[in-house]
Design a protein around this ligand. Structure first.
Ligand SMILES: Nc1nc2c(ncn2[C@@H]2O[C@H](COP(=O)(O)OP(=O)(O)O)[C@@H](O)[C@H]2O)c(=O)[nH]1
Ligand SMILES: [Mg+2]
Ligand SMILES: [Zn+2]
Length: 326
């Protein structure tokens, strides 16, 4: 049987079996032996969005093969300690065709550096990203000490200028959801963003039945443990005129985001406005972009073509990747 991984931990996965009617069902599955090649290089062998082959084993299923992955959206997870060389690499979503980088004007406060990291990971994974500013209904109603709105506005304009589309929505009022639906329908999108920005609420707002279905799956699954380690894939049936199912992958409580599979000196290649300049520095690709004469990135910074906050993001992330975990 063919199936789609919906959610899972290290060892037990919920797989939705392909088929019509009765055939199309959810099975709790374990991986059979060590036959899944390539998964050793990650902390979690399978993630939501993976296509697998499954054989029935009583009430459960056994995963016997993993299909080729089109895209992998991962992060470094300090706590993850898998068996292979990439044991701190946690896959969040497989086969996503779009990354929805979710942020908010308030509650929690706007965190552009978190956004930068998600965008960098998306770029490295070759997945187009869209910035979703959720809780648009809170615009201007944030708590004291939160980012002044004109700063947020200015940063959003800069993201747009760099080539990242920005969509303002509210899962609460429904604002912008029609437009969001047009972007995601028929494809697979992964929602990424810090905890509390409203990822799960966005899914429920797009597909009210998702809550019930997610709840039912959760209940069943909660008998096991590790429920918060991975996210979950939600399938939204195609409506009239729709080409097919829409898939959205929800990611669990991310407090920190460190891109995976990127070397410190490669960060510039995955920042849209940096990348075209990186090779033209006087010292070429060996330029650290931190003070060398003839550095095109520093020139762009002083002329305002590169935003100071983005440069700051570049500095912090490349330092962090160089030093490794502390
Ligand atoms: N005001 C407002 N609150 C929202 C909106 N979307 C979500 N929330 C609230 O934000 C909190 C976190 O939402 P949740 O979906 O669990 O966030 P997640 O951690 O990203 O999945 C909940 O209390 C939601 O009711 C929104 O558009 N406007
Ligand atoms: Mg959530
Ligand atoms: Zn340089």
């Amino acid at each position: 049987m063919n199936g789609l991984v919906i959610r899972g931990s290290h060892s037990v996965f919920t797989v939705r079996i392909d088929g019509e009617g009765e055939e199309r069902r959810y099975l709790e599955c374990r991986i059979k032996g060590k036959i899944l090649r390539g998964v050793d290089s990650y902390y979690n062998p399978l993630a939501p969005g993976d296509r697998v082959l499954v054989e029935a084993a009583g009430q459960e299923g056994r995963i016997t093969a993993l299909m080729e992955r089109r895209t992998i959206f991962a992060r470094k997870n300090q706590k993850a300690q898998g068996p292979g060389p990439g044991r701190d690499a946690q896959i969040l979503a497989v086969n996503a065709g779009m990354v929805l980088a979710v942020t908010t004007p308030a509650s929690p406060p706007f965190r552009p550096r978190f956004l930068d990291r998600i965008l960098i990971q998306a770029e490295a994974a070759g997945i187009p990203a869209l910035i979703l500013l959720n809780k648009q209904d809170l615009w201007g109603g944030g708590e004291e000490g939160e980012e002044p709105l004109r700063d947020i506005e200015e940063r959003l304009e800069d993201f747009l200028r760099c080539g990242y589309p920005v969509l303002r929505i509210s899962a609460r009022t429904g604002e912008g959801l029609g437009e969001l639906w047009e972007k995601v329908r028929g494809g697979t999108a992964v929602l990424a963003g810090q905890s509390g920005v409203g990822k799960s609420s966005i899914i429920n707002a797009l597909f009210p039945q998702a809550g019930a279905r997610v709840g039912a799956l959760n209940q069943k699954y909660d008998r096991g443990n590790h429920t918060t380690v991975l996210g979950e894939l939600i399938e939204i049936p195609g409506g009239p005129g729709d080409t097919g199912e829409t898939r959205i992958i929800d990611t669990p409580g991310l407090r920190r985001f460190v891109p995976q599979g990127i070397k410190a000196e490669e960060v510039v290649l995955y920042m849209r406005e940096f990348a075209p300049l990186a090779g033209s520095c006087a010292y070429g690709l060996s330029c650290s972009h931190r003070g060398e004469a003839g550095c095109k990135i520093l020139e762009a910074l002083s002329s305002g073509r590169i935003h100071r906050d983005r440069y700051d993001s570049f500095l912090r992330l490349s330092e962090e990747l160089k030093e490794g975990w502390k």
